[in-house]
Design a protein around this ligand. Sequence first.
Ligand SMILES: O=C(O)CCC(=O)C(=O)O
Ligand SMILES: [Fe+2]
Length: 365
Amino acid sequence: MASATTISSSEPTKVHTSNISSIKAFAESNGTSLIPSNYHSLTEHGDIIDVADEIAASIPIIDFSLLTSDDPQIHTKAVHELAKACSEWGFFMLTNHGIPESLMEELMKKSLEFHDLPVEEKKEFGDNGEPFSPIRHGTSFHLPAESVHFWRDYLKVLTSPQFNFPHKPPGYREVAFEYSQKITWVARKLIQGISESLGLESNSIIESSGFDSGQQIMAVNLYPPCPQPYLALGLPAHSDVGFLTFLIENGIGGLQVKHEDKWINVNPIPNCLVVNIGDQLEAVSNGRYESVLHRAILNNKDTRISLVVVNGPAEDRDIGPAPELLLKEKPLFKSIKYRDYFLLQQKSRLSDERALDKIRYSAQQ
Ligand SMILES: O=C(O)CCC(=O)C(=O)O
Ligand SMILES: [Fe+2]
């Protein structure tokens, strides 16, 4: 115990962040039980402890096979459930989505293999700071411009309208392609259901947003064990940029969503997709469905991997509240090209601002 007391009372190590190009490599070589002070994003223990776990049991579950049922009554009931999940929570668990478990397992395995490649071998994918680069590998969120860093390494790939992917480890690209296609199909069906739930034609959002040549980004997040998990975060509170985000992970847990002003742990359920509403759906639905705030917390034992697919509109489309909704209500958001919104959102994530607030009409207007 004496040594533990000594460690906790010593100064956090000062490490030049420019020396940390991979938190995985750093964590593996860090001989202390302290983390560098520029990774301290949580100042109060309460911030991480104040979690409303009793509410977690009521996280909505949507059965995809009911939504796609040919029986109109079953379909209508599922659309109703979807509307409730989107308006009350902004996210839900999706079951019976038809994506084979073996595909998801293989993808997770290859993702771990990618992050396990020697640093040298991943250099060719290094993030050059250009948000539209097809492949970006890096650490934290945006290292050069941040004051506080996050305990995460990432691979971010633009998988649509053109499919890009690293060519290593062998077979990763193929399995990612299959998963990307299947997620696109599920996303398309959900967006149709969401359109209906808003009283729009089933294809209304798909067509107006150019969804079939829409932007899709796959992000593979790796969070190594963190010796002081109550001081750092894997990812800070944020909302996602697109219409819908799909998340799977390796069963460790760490995703939290904000619900009624409290953080809720989203415990992984095997073979389920975690789906959340992104900013573009909040805009299109004119605020009916809110883009949910979420973050990734850490633990000191296990490496966690999450695989996230963000599906959005085509980059050249102007996106704003659906015109059909504006027959009866005032627009809450200005229309903006998705490409410009994407850039705005990337910039906003470096501060505590939300990009949606930048396109929101003020109350007086
Ligand atoms: O890893 C997680 O649980 C969250 C990841 C996430 O929110 C993201 O990549 O946008
Ligand atoms: Fe996210």
